[in-house]
Design a protein around this ligand. Structure first.
Ligand SMILES: Cc1cc2nc3c(=O)[nH]c(=O)nc-3n(C[C@H](O)[C@H](O)[C@H](O)COP(=O)(O)OP(=O)(O)OC[C@H]3O[C@@H](n4cnc5c(N)ncnc54)[C@H](O)[C@@H]3O)c2cc1C
Length: 507
């Protein structure tokens, strides 16, 4: 195979072009976490990134420099606890104490929302301490299928692999087709908030970036108008990292209190430059009507897309206006087997969306757990590496599952999405199958088994839900909620015991 790499770079950089069982593209939070878990399981792989350092999009975003996901600097439990990641949504996961809780390690301004720089430092330190080796400055440019896998053409040469894992993020600015939208900046190009002082600003969009920007501008602008066709579904969005979080809700309060913020459900039809400002025409959606706004500045906080390059030419299916790859529950392309996604793009596996609540795979809090699950799946399925499945004594099943429902960060960060699974058979006994995607459990005709997840219903009540698979058929049972979120009471024990006895003949 032809290597086009300059000799000096070949010596200093790891993972030269060549043949690898797996290749990860990307060294943001997603690629680092994926590489860490594959390495722990002994799956040889290369990691490449076009950037010059680890951290991915957190090296420049969010524009207003503070995350909307928290890390408590003084958590109530130790970083090694099953519970810990629930209190720290930003640090990557690891088995070694020295690699844990790395974002709070750099936080010192009293906020429990880290700054962009603190996040970047946390990720860099993870890459350093966990010795995640990345070939930087190496851009993936093309993809070819072969009989045994894929060839990734890169700026450094060709990588042959059985499977390719794309952790390429979803941070490429995206604008819908609206006449005149090319004349206004995307959120990614927005100016520092001070530069909007005394200006009337119209923001296209009502999702996270739009609210983040509106919040940052509140002190400076006399008027902010946020418009998009659909109203924000706060009850649902606030339950996921993918949506508007409490961190950004001040503009919403200002809107309700009649201050300088206005939120309208309207479809933008045209944006015109008027010399000193802009004229924006829109038509109402939830309430009919036509609107014309005269403003000083317009910013398109209209979303992001995945830099998929030529993957569509291989037949890769996408959704959401061609922005997100369509994935199986184990984050494999639904149409190109062997192509997997990690990091924010793992949101392409949507899960069951119980009560409308999506998974949290678009944020670090969710996709870091997906990476551990995917690494175990790949090790088992493609590389014949067995992942331990410890025996569970029948008398311990109820206590174990309830303790997982009360404190497992995987289940809390990824509600209705990731499950603790135990299989049951006469020959093998009760085996802990680890954490698995709930959608995979529900859809597969595997052995008799039980899966426990956390759910949040339409009233905001959190409760464990139990899925029992017997003879290939799955039944679903909700346990009671608890105001203090402790599901280990005698009543919960009795409920679960009865479900397992009736459903699986257990106990
Ligand atoms: C404005 C904004 C704010 C956000 N705020 C938060 C937040 O507060 N909390 C949170 O949890 N999530 C937040 N997110 C979601 C965020 O995208 C993810 O949490 C996370 O950073 C994504 O990590 P990733 O590794 O999937 O992708 P990225 O961090 O985007 O990394 C992508 C990697 O892929 C590499 N790459 C891409 N294309 C190529 C190529 N062709 N060749 C080689 N390398 C390539 C890049 O070099 C980079 O290393 C935010 C997203 C945006 C857009």
């Amino acid at each position: 195979m032809a290597l086009t790499l300059a000799p000096a770079k070949q010596q200093t950089q790891p993972h030269p072009p060549g043949e690898y069982p797996a290749v990860i593209v990307g060294a943001g939070a997603g690629g680092l976490q994926m590489s860490y878990f594959l390495h722990r399981l002994g799956v040889r792989h290369a990691v490449i990134s076009e950037d010059s350092n680890p951290g991915g999009m957190f090296r420049k975003f969010p524009v207003y420099q503070r995350l909307n996901t928290w890390s408590k600097p003084y958590p109530p439990v130790e970083p090694t606890s099953r519970h810990y990641a629930w209190f720290d949504w930003n640090s990557l996961l690891a088995d070694e104490r020295t690699h844990l809780a790395l974002v709070p390690e750099f936080m010192n301004d009293g906020s429990y929302f880290p700054t962009r720089l603190e996040m970047e430092r946390g990720l860099e330190t993870f890459a350093e301490r966990a010795a995640v080796r990345v070939r930087y400055g190496c851009r993936w440019e093309s993809t070819r299928r072969t009989e045994s896998g894929f060839v990734l053409g890169t700026s450094d040469g060709e990588y042959r692999c059985r499977i390719a894992i794309f952790a390429i993020g979803m941070a490429e600015p995206w604008k819908p087709e609206i006449p005149g939208i090319d004349q206004v900046p995307h959120y990614a190009e927005a100016l520092p908030s001070r530069q909007y002082a005394r200006k009337r600003v119209l923001i296209l969009g009502k999702r996270t970036s739009a609210f983040e920007m509106a919040d940052a501008l509140l002190a400076y602008t006399p008027q902010i108008i946020l418009i998009s066709p659909r109203p924000p579904l706060l009850a649902i969005h606030t339950h996921s990292t993918a949506g508007v979080r409490a961190r950004y809700l001040l503009p919403y309060e200002d809107h309700v209190l009649g201050g300088g913020v206005f939120m309208l459900d309207a479809a933008t039809e045209r944006i015109e430059h008027t010399g000193t400002g802009f004229r924006v025409s829109a038509s109402g959606t939830t309430r009919p009507g036509t609107f014309t706004f005269a403003v000083d500045a317009v910013v398109a906080a209209t979303g992001w897309t995945t830099p998929l390059r030529d993957l569509r030419d291989l037949g890769l299916a996408t959704f959401s206006q061609d922005r997100i790859p369509a994935l199986t529950p184990y984050w494999e392309s639904t149409t190109v087997p062997g192509i997997f996604f990690a990091g924010a793009t793992s949101t392409g596996s949507v899960g069951l969306r119980k009560y409308g609540v999506p998974g949290n795979s678009g944020g670090v809090s969710g996709f870091r757990h997906n990476a551990r699950v995917l690494a175990a799946y790949l090790a088992r399925t493609y590389f014949d590496i067995s992942v331990p499945r410890p025996l569970v004594r029948p008398g311990d099943v109820v206590g174990y599952l309830l303790s997982e429902a009360s404190s497992a960060a995987e289940l809390w960060n990824q509600r209705s999405y990731l499950a603790r699974v135990l299989s049951v058979s006469e020959e093998a006994g009760i085996l802990d199958e680890g954490i698995q995607p709930l959608a995979a459990f529900v859809d597969s005709a595997g052995p008799d088994a039980v899966a426990v997840v956390l759910e949040t219903d339409a009233q905001g009540d959190h409760h464990p839900a139990v899925y029992v698979r017997r003879d290939g058929r799955v039944s679903e049972h909700a346990l009671s909620g608890d105001p203090l979120l402790d599901f280990q009471s005698p009543d919960h024990r009795a409920q679960l015991t009865s479900i397992l006895k009736d459903g699986l003949g257990l106990i």
